[in-house]
Design a protein around this ligand. Structure first.
Ligand SMILES: Nc1ncnc2c1ncn2[C@@H]1O[C@H](COP(=O)(O)OP(=O)(O)OP(=O)(O)O)[C@@H](O)[C@H]1O
Length: 325
């Protein structure tokens, strides 16, 4: 139990829309341990970003979070006030976004932005914060790091900006790092470098990481655990090896089906395409949310809401109990 950094049980995120509440995240549960990378995968719109924003208390105003249990290093996040969240965020829990330009302020130098949270959270001297910033820029593979501190975000390439974001997230030695599609906006070779860098740093620093990605090749290479989301729910979750070797939910089977064996994945393998569309997230599902697209759906899938079935450390949400792969 000691190694659990983040414990999420029964997390919901509801968004107010003109047509009624949209349940973007539905009863989501998972844990992330120290030294472990959990990959959140699933099609666009299935609730991955809303889940991560909910964990960081960064949801948009129209969204409301609720949870049966939500703790970070044993502390109840649901009960934490704004001041406490501000003390944790950017300090013990940090996030890296898809597009660094949205997170970096164009008006301030890289150095200013790297040092800001360190100065705030650590109450260190400027010289100490500067030395830490230089160290971290070197750690993320940026050369001439002292000179880089005086540059502005627009003077760096996309790949370098993302490296700066990673350095910034690591400034205060976080226990949890959430990376939401951190390489999507970059070209393919740089993508691979950024993900390798993240995976290496996660291992070296022994931090807990949640990585959101569409890329199953990445998942196969760096995930310890995988949570597959569909229409706001985690439909399957387990050790990466178990999930790739024996996917039990028809949705996971569909995602993996386009990918060649062995291990069902090839470097750069994208999620498979499954015919049909995700159901509306407004209101509750009747029966299973995946049934309209499921090749194994039966009449009872219309009426029975699936609960989790588990085998050892692997669980899935399907009443067919592991349809044939
Ligand atoms: N501000 C908003 N107002 C209303 N609905 C929203 C808002 N932001 C997101 N949603 C809806 O919430 C659901 C979950 O979105 P989310 O961004 O978490 O998906 P995602 O899995 O991260 O997708 P992607 O991979 O495209 O980033 C989607 O149906 C989306 O349309």
């Amino acid at each position: 139990m000691d190694n659990i950094v983040l414990d999420v049980q029964g997390l919901n995120v509801d968004l107010a829309t003109p047509n009624g509440p949209l349940h973007a995240v539905r009863n989501v549960s998972f844990q992330v341990r120290r030294g472990e990378t959990l990959c959140l995968v699933g099609e666009s719109g299935c609730g991955k970003s809303m889940t991560s924003l909910a964990l960081m208390s960064l949801l948009p105003k129209v969204a409301k979070r609720s949870a049966q249990h939500l703790s970070f290093l044993g502390e109840d996040l649901a009960a934490a006030d704004k001041k406490r969240i501000n003390a944790l965020r950017g300090n013990k829990m940090a996030m890296i976004f898809q597009e660094p330009m949205t997170a970096l302020n164009p008006a301030y130098t890289i150095g200013n932005q790297l040092m800001e949270s360190y100065l705030q959270h650590r109450r260190s001297s400027a010289a100490e914060a500067r030395a830490r910033a230089i160290d971290l820029l070197e750690k993320v593979g940026i050369t001439s790091s002292a000179q880089r501190l005086d540059q502005y975000p627009h003077q760096l390439s996309g790949g370098l900006r993302q490296r700066v974001m990673i350095a910034m997230a690591l400034m205060c030695s976080p226990e949890l790092l959430i990376a939401d599609e951190p390489s999507t906006a970059l070209d393919v070779t740089i993508q691979a470098q950024i993900l390798r860098l993240l995976a290496d740093l996660q291992q070296e620093l022994g931090i807990a990481m949640i990585l959101i990605t569409h890329d199953l090749g990445v998942v196969a290479r760096i995930a310890h655990r995988v949570a597959v989301m569909y229409a706001g729910e985690v439909v399957e979750e387990g050790l990466a090896h178990d999930l790739f070797a024996d996917p039990r939910h028809p949705y996971t089977q569909g995602l993996l089906s386009c990918i060649p064996v062995p291990g069902r994945t090839a470097p750069g393998g994208r999620l498979g395409t499954i015919p049909g569309v995700v159901p509306s997230l407004i209101g509750e599902f009747q029966g299973c949310g995946f049934r309209e697209r499921c090749p194994h759906a039966q009449e009872r899938c219309r009426v029975t809401v699936p609960v989790h079935t588990s085998e050892h450390d692997h669980r899935w949400r399907c009443i067919l109990n592991g349809a044939p792969a």
